[in-house]
Design a protein. Structure first.
Ligand code: MV4
Length: 448
């Protein structure tokens, strides 16, 4: 087992990893930018190293600064959390070169899943259902138009370097094709330095359902059931739940088998997530694979009883997985509490938290790095806490979440709590029958 882990991240996920390390009796090193000197992860880690100024590019994204921090503290592994360097192939490779275990996939694995067209080809070969479309990248507008006519509009153009919705264009008919092509190429070229596109049939009004997988170095891969992340706004997830309100035993078995086949085909080790689109007929299609721990991992922990961070650390240390496939026991939901004004276009609201009270009681968990008197810096994402509930059923879970949100007090900054409170009373949300377009017609105007 590792002696000391450096956590190359900040915020709640840095706290989450420190907590897992403490329970595993592993020493911890926090890294922080000058904007984060008062953050809880700095106080809770055994050691802390300042790695630079507030700008991420000079701190949390600086590979030399982080490797130097690992060297001077003699850390033997690095946990990257999510975001920042968690899916940076170069960082994974450099860690290996320095003899520091990167708690995540190899550079090769990150590259093959990071290129969406390549990832899709791998999954298709493994027998995972994929959306009909181009075999690999498109070479010209003409090729794209021809294929779109064949598979029928609407279609979607996607940047192979994309993900999370960037560099994507829906095309409803041939007259829109040329502009969509140029816009997608321009956007992806500027954002990723790679403007290659591929094409798919557009799946209308899907749900976003993802399967958590874990693999060990002995070739064992298991799934830990699904998370439904259909409540999103502009590709930002706001609520996640498990089990999915539309899941059946048969669909879970089929999606779980597909996710395992996909992960096994690339000899996947560690924690990963296979994202699927699920259409109104219950057909599912591979969308992307995330080779990191995700923000919403706690709901899977709540319904399976597995500590995903501890398992990540254990398999990275070469220990075998000790459990099989999981079906959710009970119900769990997470809402993201962001320092944002939901009534004003989710405008960021950084600043000092003047008063803070966390909810508690049966089935309530709060993952956060904040405390009363903490100042939320403007430099990073605006998530301040994850509120997670566990309950026997979805109906009881929604009531429990509403109760917990009512107990939650955050003063000094605007948060997404009023939005979540309204959502818990929304008839469509309560019915469980909604798609990824749900929030497009939601009325945010009366939130204060
Ligand atoms: C799609 C799609 C419909 N059809 N692909 C959005 C993010 C990126 N991972 C892929 N995305 C989509 N791909 C086909 N063939 C619809 C989306 C999509 C979406 C997916 C999940 C959750 C929210 C979404 C919002 C808009 C579009």
């Amino acid at each position: 087992m590792f002696n000391k882990i450096l956590i190359a991240n900040r915020g709640e996920i840095a706290m989450r990893v420190i907590r897992a390390c403490k329970e595993l009796k592993i020493k911890t090193v926090a890294v922080y930018s000058t904007a984060d000197k008062d953050s809880l992860h700095v106080k809770f880690a055994d050691e802390a190293v300042c790695i630079g100024p507030p700008q991420s590019s000079q701190s949390y994204l600086s590979i030399p600064n982080i490797i130097a921090a690992a060297e001077i503290t003699n850390a033997d592994a690095i946990h990257p959390g999510y975001g920042f360097l968690s899916e940076n192939a170069e960082f994974s490779r450099i860690c290996a070169e320095y003899g520091i275990k990167f708690i995540g996939p190899t550079a090769e694995m990150i590259n093959s899943m990071g290129d969406k067209s390549t990832a899709k080809a791998f999954m298709k070969k493994a027998g995972v259902p994929v959306v009909p479309g181009s075999d690999g990248l498109l070479k010209s507008i003409e090729e794209g138009k021809k294929l779109a006519t064949k598979i029928k509009y609407p279609v979607i153009l996607k940047a192979t370097a994309g993900g999370g919705g960037r560099g994507m264009r829906i095309v409803n008919n041939e007259s829109e094709f040329e502009k969509a092509w140029k816009d997608a190429k321009q956007e992806s070229g500027a954002a990723f330095g790679n403007d290659e596109l591929y094409l798919e049939k557009f799946v209308e009004e899907p749900r976003h359902i993802e399967i958590q997988v874990m693999g060990d170095k002995f070739g064992k891969v298991v799934h830990l059931s699904e998370r439904d992340c259909s409540v999103q706004r502009r590709h930002q997830k706001l609520v996640e739940e498990s089990p999915s309100p539309v899941m059946t035993d048969r669909l879970r078995r089929r999606m779980g088998d597909a996710a395992i086949a996909g992960a096994k085909s690339i000899k996947y080790e560690g924690a990963g997530t296979i994202e699927f689109l699920v259409d109104k007929h219950g057909e599912f299609y591979f969308m992307e694979m995330n080779t990191r721990i995700q923000v919403e991992h706690p709901i899977t922990e709540e319904v399976t009883g597995i500590d995903l961070i501890k398992e990540q650390i254990k398999v990275a240390a070469g220990l075998p997985l000790t459990f099989g496939n999981m079906i959710p026991q009970g119900y769990s939901m997470e809402v993201r509490i962001n320092a944002e004004d939901a009534g004003n276009g989710f405008r960021p609201s950084p600043g000092k938290i003047t008063n803070l009270h966390f909810p508690g009681g049966n089935g309530v968990r709060v993952d956060t790095h904040t405390y009363s008197g903490y100042t939320i810096p403007p430099n990073y994402d605006s998530m301040v806490a994850k509120l997670i509930i566990k309950a026997p059923t979805r109906e009881e879970g929604i009531a429990r979440m509403k109760r917990a949100l009512q107990e939650f007090v955050i003063e000094g900054v605007k948060t997404t709590i009023p939005f979540h409170l309204k959502l818990m009373d929304d008839p469509t949300f309560k019915s469980g029958k909604f798609t990824t377009k749900f929030l497009e017609t939601f009325d945010f105007s009366d939130l204060k």
